[in-house]
Design a protein around this ligand. Structure first.
Ligand code: DAH
Length: 349
């Protein structure tokens, strides 16, 4: 057989072998046996030097053609095998393996407390409402019976947007808006939201959150206020919490009361038992009580300002959300709420 014929017979031989190969390893072996440095093709090409000088170019050309053919055959088979293997690995994919969990966000503690308190009142039949953070002097002060020279209007507390327009300093303007919208009793609303004051230190931030509550109906009394707020405090802090009403003053309520709960840290004792005997409670500063909100019976002047019969009865209250969240979750530093530290926030997931 001539060398050229020997070269050509390599093609058929390789084809037969390739068709029989059943594994990737076998394919790799065939590749080496035919195309490797010490393989069949290389051996034939080694015989080039034995040929006449005139026959060498034709042989060289043929050898290259054959090499390309062999390579193409082997590569095509290799691809077949790889594709087959991929398909098999898809078939052996185990759908019962636990998946990788997507990264999950969580509600901010301020949001959690607002949702919880709104939920308590929604179950009592109150509607949750919201309103603008940029307010008129009328809604923020005037209709709430703040005299024109009241210190709360002072530039030191209020952030003015323009003449007669303020960033609301509390959520109480929502009382005014709710009554104007409903036009007549009954009104039962709860209004969470942001409020703003010109104040910034360790325990005050220029923006914080409040929740306003308002109930107006026939024969609403201080007993209803007391019962409702006690119910809220116990829902939030546990049934054993005691609630105390202290006389206070707000322009828009008469009478007014500040509401304290028994200290959740020391249980109202003012002291905590420790190794060295007893230690002053840092949370209530030994008083045993924690103030959580302001409240009172709606002042007739507020009813007048919104066109309600001044003989109406109702109660209102306003609560600082960050303060309640600090007590509820034992957060010692107000700034935690605004730092957006994920290690802090993820604890509420
Ligand atoms: N608006 C008051 C404040 O920001 C809180 C408040 C007190 C709201 C008594 C009320 C209330 O509705 O009756 O300090």
């Amino acid at each position: 057989m001539s060398l050229i014929n020997e070269l050509e017979s390599l093609v058929g031989e390789l084809e037969q072998n390739l068709a029989r190969a059943v594994s990737l390893a076998e394919l790799e072996e065939l590749k080496t046996a035919f195309l490797g440095r010490k393989g069949r093709l290389a051996a034939l090409m080694g015989k080039l030097k034995d040929l006449d000088a005139g026959a060498r170019p034709a042989f060289g050309q043929k050898a290259n053609e054959i090499k390309q053919l062999l390579t193409a055959f082997v590569e095509a088979r290799l691809q077949d095998f790889k594709r087959k293997r991929e398909k098999e690995s898809l078939l052996t994919f185990d759908p019962t393996l636990p998946g990788r969990l997507p990264w999950q966000g969580s509600a901010h503690p301020v949001t959690l407390v607002m949702d919880e308190i709104c939920g308590i009142f929604e179950r009592l039949g109150y509607d949750t409402v919201s309103g603008p953070e940029v307010e008129t002097d009328f809604h923020n002060f005037e209709a709430l019976n703040f005299p024109p020279d009241h210190p709360a209007r002072d530039m030191q507390d209020t952030l003015y947007v323009s003449d007669g327009i303020v960033l609301r300093t509390h959520t109480s303007p929502m009382q005014v808006r709710a009554m104007l919208a409903r036009k007549k009793p009954p009104v039962a609303v709860i209004a969470p939201g942001k409020v703003y004051r010109r104040d910034s230190d360790l325990t005050h931030t220029p923006m914080f959150h409040q929740i306003e509550g308002l109930l107006v109906d026939k024969n609403i009394s201080l007993a209803d206020l007391r019962g409702t707020l006690t119910y809220m405090a116990r829902s939030l802090f546990g049934q054993s919490v005691r609630v105390r009403f202290r006389p206070s003053f707000f322009p828009f309520t008469e009478p007014s009361a500040e509401v304290d709960i028994s200290c959740i840290m020391c249980g109202g004792k003012g002291y905590i038992r420790s190794k060295s005997g007893r230690e002053a409670c840092r949370v209530c500063k030994t008083t045993g009580w924690l103030e959580i909100l302001g409240s009172g019976m709606v002042d007739p002047n507020v009813f007048k300002a919104v066109g309600f019969d001044p003989e109406c009865t109702g109660f209102a209250f306003g609560l600082g959300v960050e303060r309640v969240a600090m007590l509820k979750y034992g957060i010692g530093d107000l700034r935690m709420f605004f730092d957006n530290d994920l290690k802090f926030l993820q604890q509420f997931a």
